[in-house]
Design a protein around this ligand. Structure first.
Ligand code: F6R
Length: 349
């Protein structure tokens, strides 16, 4: 198969999305600084935190929830839509996260939080959301402009982590973020276009080429699986699906019985060493059971010592695999024309 070196990537990636992916370590650290500069005051919110956001902005909340799960002291709920949980009120902090600041659902969630009397925090690079926040004297964490929202995942992730601490929902993982950045830098060198042609990222992209990836995992692997799925969709423009273990072992595993007769599905398992031996056995058995019907089966162990490092490792690997998948297909990773068409169609009504 074709090489995945710098020349091959540049020939397809017209706007240099790969550079934004490889900058993840800098984004993580810059996000810490931006939260600090916003001088948020600790919130008196025993009701915890609701994170409202869609797509590439919302996924940061999902990753943060997975990172914080063992240490959560208060509820951390995700609102991926215009509606907030009915219990949202003055004792709940609501983080409204939209990279563009113009996403309809997130703007509606912002208004709904205000109507419920909930304290709010906004994170955006511009647009209507920070304008409303300034009007309402709501604190804003300003993000740098010029990225695709999905390429700003380091920002949406760290902002969600740190706002969870502000809400008293979990301890700050600031030191863990600082520890994850150097590892991410090493991995970016190893897995990037200048890395070996047999690197994990390039090998996986080739192994999954011309298949429909079904990505799953336990714990941090489940949250990362959702990120992989979205990145295959948006960067490589292919269908991809995500599932969560152990739940998928109680339903989805049966669907695999006839998978090969429909399409070349690949099964990708993102492991989580913190989930324990019994979960590792479950992943192994699931891989064996679906293996006969899958075009390809891959088990991916994260790198790193801490939960946060491992999650960052899974995210960075998936971002690069999806980028290489785009290159192998000759699809420019930048375009998201169907999303733009949907947003424009709705705006016109
Ligand atoms: C585009 C992307 C999308 C957007 C989503 C919401 O790169 O990732 O999933 O994130 O359409 O838009 P924002 O993030 O601007 O609120």
């Amino acid at each position: 198969m074709a090489p995945l070196n710098r020349a091959a990537v540049t020939a397809v990636d017209s706007t240099g999305q790969v550079a934004d992916i490889l900058s993840l370590p800098d984004h993580l650290l810059d996000a810490l600084w931006r939260v600090e500069a916003a001088s948020l005051q600790p919130a008196t919110t025993p009701g915890g935190l609701v994170i409202a956001g869609m797509g590439g902005s919302g996924v940061g909340g999902e990753l943060a929830r997975a990172a914080l799960w063992p240490w959560l002291e208060r509820p951390l709920e995700l609102a991926r839509g215009a509606e907030l949980p009915a219990w949202t009120g003055p004792e709940t902090l609501v983080l409204c996260s939209s990279y563009s600041g113009n996403t309809e659902e997130t703007l509606a969630a912002y208004d709904a939080a205000g109507a419920a009397g909930a304290p709010r925090v906004v994170s955006a690079s511009g647009g209507e959301l920070p304008a409303r926040a300034r009007r309402d004297k709501v604190p804003v964490i300003p993000l740098p402009g010029g990225f695709q929202p999905r390429a700003a995942v380091g920002y949406s992730f760290v902002v969600a982590l740190e706002v969870a601490a502000v809400a008293g929902a979990a301890p700050s993982l600031r030191a863990d973020v600082e520890d994850a950045a150097p590892l991410a830098r090493d991995l970016a060198a190893e897995w990037g276009p200048e890395g070996g042609e047999d690197s994990d990222a390039k090998r996986l992209a080739r192994a999954l080429h011309e298949t429909i990836p079904v990505i799953s995992g336990p714990g941090i692997g489940a949250a990362a699986a959702y990120r992989w799925k979205c990145q295959f969709n948006e960067n490589a423009k292919i269908p991809a699906f995500a599932a969560e273990l152990p739940e998928a072992g109680h339903n989805e595993i049966v669907g695999w019985e006839s998978a090969a007769s429909f399409a070349p599905f690949s099964a990708v398992f993102l492991e989580d060493p913190d989930a324990g031996d019994r979960m590792a056995a479950r992943v192994g058995l699931t891989a064996e059971i679906v293996g006969g019907q899958a075009h390809t089966v891959e088990r991916v162990a994260p790198r790193g010592e801490t939960r946060l490092q491992r999650l960052v490792s899974h995210v960075l690997l998936g971002d690069l695999v999806s980028l290489y998948a785009a290159v192998l297909r000759g699809a420019d990773p930048i375009g998201i024309e169907p999303i733009d068409r949907l947003k424009a169609g709705l705006a016109a009504r």
